[in-house]
Design a protein around this ligand. Sequence first.
Ligand SMILES: [Zn+2]
Length: 180
Amino acid sequence: MSKQDEICRCGGELERVFLEGFDFSPYIKSGFGIRFEAFPVLRCQECAGETVASVDIETGLKVVAATLIESDDRLGPAAAKTIRRIAGLTQQALADRLGASRETVANWERTSSNKFISPQYDYMLRGVVATELLGSEPRSEDEVQAHQRLQKAALKSSKAAHTTEEFFAPETTQIIKLAG
Ligand SMILES: [Zn+2]
């Protein structure tokens, strides 16, 4: 943690506490519900104000991506959109990487569309996202673990067929454990 993360604006000292049932959805901004069983926040011992450290958000995003990439089910619209956004790619940037058109990417992210992602693109998308996220240096022990999960997930994904018709229902909130 940086010095900035140790002191509250009021001057009070920050303590790292784990909140149960932490709603992570606002950090995803893809409309996908994500709830962590426990998630670290920094609580001020003076004013009781709570903040989330940027390194923990970063780690959380990587854990969400790893969880979705690990799945044996083919990516549903919300899951596909979520991991693309976590990787910081626009639909066009992803389409360019995959040699697909932006419309193709837009279609498999549209809940109302029947044009689900193909097993081939599903596998390629997982690889692109994992590669993108593993490109940044981990800044904490938790983030190192998140990287290990991403690496394993990408490897496992290359072996899975992803041919099942079971999709993540976009309405369903995913419950995620921080430590794998
Ligand atoms: Zn404070």
